[in-house]
Design a protein around this ligand. Structure first.
Ligand code: ZN
Length: 524
């Protein structure tokens, strides 16, 4: 019998029993659509046990018959609505979460990115649609704050596409990876090799659900491109009109709303700053999807169920055909489950990957600037986990708002006084970093406005607190508070405002991107 134990929780238990004991109540909460954070809290002590998260997710997928194979789906609606798949990713994310400013494990990177891509798709979709049930026609994108939220999600999305592209180019230049693809005997080493390199880009592309999320996000990003182009044209025409004949333009109500105009200008800048063409990336995903579909067909079309289970040998031809199809679907589902959990890539994918790395990707590279991609700033994704990058993030108290996808920079932890905005002098002699430079760069990078500035920002002697970003939240006398996810520690700064369009979009964030509940806490 396999036993479970770990140093933090000295329990020795039968793994299968523990998994069933956790899966049964979790299934009940999933069916009733109520929170399961208490079950996750019970599971957390086992997080360090080897294979625990994988085994639990496999158990859940089997027990609840969760769909994980989207290799034949062209529409993304079912995928995005698959709340049980979201729960599986959430469990993976939660059990691999090590805390703020700690290096992310491969599982954590994969699960967090998958959940975030799904969420930016949801936010952009909701913001682009007129809600039902409002007396007056309401367009959320008439609200500058909604436009800013969409811009933040767009920036995050195009940054992710660039980051994945850069990671793939690094794999392309890696002779070890190419040798594994060229040699069928070495191909099974690929998953382990990617794990040792800490690379999730290929897993995100090969797993059909995450590829589907990426493709769905690409379609939304292209929609944002269209909206921003239309807005730019509209404002160009109306600003010209206003300059030429202010009186007539004002009478016709043509004067653009300044805040909305500026918000759309920010959107145009965000869209035009992309290092990878979204439509080209989407084509890359579509080509890969068709190759994978063909590889599955080739691998499993000749599968004969009767050969494997002789008791089925006496069935009619039609029954055998149906059985063979069931077998093929099940085998495909197992391959997809393995890829979802970062396990071995099916042997039938070797030719697909060989074509991808020798034909498709080099052609894609010729349309990009690899040097710009390599040196680009991917801080928004929070994927850089070198000790230096983590130390910088920690020193600045830098977080990313999961709704607006803007960086929030709070002063150093040691300088805070119980979450209050402090002007006092809390000496921190161990930290000699001058905060002014990087903090200013962050404000410029996020396009946010400096909302509050207290203190000089020099950590060495002054408890300077700098908050950047467009804060709209309410809070106590000390300013707006944060929401933090009880499962993954994600941060969100916005709380309800009086604007119906904004509230409608924000309503989609009643839960964190991982499905966890929010707790209200002081900033930082
Ligand atoms: Zn969360």
């Amino acid at each position: 019998m396999e036993k479970l134990s770990n140093a933090n929780f000295p329990v020795i238990a039968d793994q299968k029993t523990v998994l069933i004991a956790l899966t049964v109540p979790l299934s009940a909460t999933a069916v009733a659509q109520v929170t399961c954070d208490d079950v996750l809290a019970m599971a957390r002590p086992f997080a360090q046990a080897p294979e625990f998260a994988y085994s639990w997710i496999r158990e859940m997928i089997g027990m609840l018959k969760i769909v994980v194979d989207y290799s034949e789906e062209t529409h993304h609606d079912q995928l995005v609505r698959n709340s049980l798949l979201q729960l599986c990713l959430s469990i993976l994310n939660h059990l691999s979460f090590r805390g703020d400013f700690k290096p992310r494990s491969l599982d954590n990177k994969f699960a967090m990115l998958a959940l975030s891509v799904r969420n930016i798709f949801v936010v952009i979709t909701v913001a682009s649609n007129t809600p039902m049930g409002f007396k007056e026609k309401l367009n959320p994108l008439d609200d500058p704050e909604v436009v800013d939220a969409v811009t933040g999600c767009t920036k995050w999305g195009i940054s992710l596409l660039a980051w994945i592209t850069d990671s793939l180019f690094q794999l392309l230049d890696d002779p070890e990876i190419m040798a594994m693809l060229a040699d069928a005997k070495r191909f099974p080493e690929l998953a382990k090799c990617l794990q040792s390199k800490g690379d999730v880009s290929l897993q995100l592309l090969l797993c059909s659900s995450t590829r589907g999320f990426l493709s769905a996000a690409c379609r939304r990003l292209m929609h944002v491109e269209t909206v921003s182009n239309r807005a730019a044209q509209y404002y160009e025409t109306h600003v010209q009109q206003h300059q030429q004949d202010p009186a007539a333009a004002a009478a016709a109500g043509a004067r653009p709303h300044p805040a909305l105009y500026q918000a759309y200008q920010r959107m145009v800048r965000a869209v035009s700053s992309g290092l990878v063409k979204v439509s080209e990336f989407d084509r890359l995903l579509s080509d890969l999807s068709s190759d994978i579909h063909a590889a599955y067909q080739k691998t499993f079309s000749g599968l004969n169920a009767a050969k494997m289970k002789p008791q089925h040998a006496n069935l009619t031809e039609q029954q055998q055909q149906q059985l063979n199809e069931q077998f093929a679907r099940k085998a495909q589902m197992h391959c997809e489950l393995d890829m979802l959990l970062g396990r071995n890539v099916p042997p039938g994918f070797r030719e697909v990957l060989l074509k991808f790395f020798t034909v498709t990707l080099p052609a894609f590279r010729s349309q990009t600037d690899p040097a710009k991609l390599y040196f680009a700033n991917y801080d928004l994704l929070e994927m850089e986990d070198s000790p230096r990058a983590i130390a910088t993030r920690k020193a600045l108290g830098r977080y990313v708002d999961v709704f607006k996808r803007v960086e929030l920079t709070v002063g150093p932890r040691a300088a805070r006084t119980n979450g209050r905005m402090g002007n006092g002098a809390a000496n921190n002699n161990n930290n000699n970093t001058n905060n002014n430079g990087p903090a200013k760069r962050t404000a410029a990078a996020t396009g946010g406005e400096e909302m509050m500035t207290r203190g000089s920002g020099n950590h060495n002697g002054v408890a300077g607190m700098l908050i950047y970003g467009n804060w709209t939240g309410i809070g106590g006398g000390n300013g707006p508070q944060w929401r933090r996810c009880v499962r993954c520690g994600a941060v969100m700064g916005d709380i309800w405002s009086g604007k119906p369009g904004y509230n409608f979009v924000l309503g989609q964030q009643r839960k964190c991107v991982c499905g966890g509940s929010w707790g209200t806490v002081p900033r930082g």
